[in-house]
Design a protein around this ligand. Sequence first.
Ligand code: ATP
Ligand code: MG
Length: 268
Amino acid sequence: MSSQAEHKRAHGGPQAAAEPLMAVEGLMVFYENALAVNDLSLTVPAGQMVGVIGSNSAGKTTLLNTLSGLILDQRIKELRRGGERITVLGRVLYQGEDISDLPAYRRARRGIVLCRERHPVFPDSSVVENLRIAAHLVDRARMRQGMELAFELFPNLARLRRKKAGFLSGGEQQMLAIAMALMVGPRLLLLDEPLLGLSPAMQKQLVEAIGQVRRQTGVTIVIAEQFARPILPLIDFAYVIENGMLTLTGTGAELMDNPEIKSAYFGV
Ligand SMILES: Nc1ncnc2c1ncn2[C@@H]1O[C@H](COP(=O)(O)OP(=O)(O)OP(=O)(O)O)[C@@H](O)[C@H]1O
Ligand SMILES: [Mg+2]
């Protein structure tokens, strides 16, 4: 299995010196005394799709929440409630700058957008209304462009534009959630288990749509998944985590052929 150094070399060439869009160094996240992410370092090169693969409770959501800054909001909320103490150690770098203390809304303004797990949409609002809500940060022209792109990438949504999001299928809601994340024109899109709970047919459709998103927008993606097989062909480089710790790394193709991965994460 190739190391991170090999990864850098393989994707290096003339761009070897180029800064990754995002990098995480020695990240540790504690919920009270429980360690959810344990000394994790990873690199997200611009334009690539990076996978974070791990089973339940591996730390995928905690990691993505730390990349998006949401964990800082959670920490403040817990403090106010007198609940558990959340401690984050290590550094998150974005375009070479340490953003570890930057709140989520400011990261979003800089193009880091999280699409949370279990397709979060506003169930009582229509598809179009959901897209408008997601675009409240951008001007009208950008909103119109965003909406056109959303309906081009997800033709299903165009047909369902007046329907309440709560009445859409799980897969349709997931597509809407991704379309909402795209409305602000992210540079780095963080997808937390977009395939979770979808039928194989719907997963296939969604994987195709994610591929299309990449080709059309050039957005850099970090995608977390448990059963990673359907998405591995699209993944440039993946990090496998267990109990918050890095256990394996490799290209999507390498992981496709790895017997350990097959038995643990392909549901076979
Ligand atoms: N708010 C929290 N308070 C306390 N412990 C938490 C909290 N959120 C997560 N944890 C714990 O941290 C560990 C990592 O959880 P996390 O949700 O990041 O994993 P995950 O890989 O996203 O799992 P899943 O596949 O179930 O979504 C787990 O042991 C979990 O119980
Ligand atoms: Mg999760």
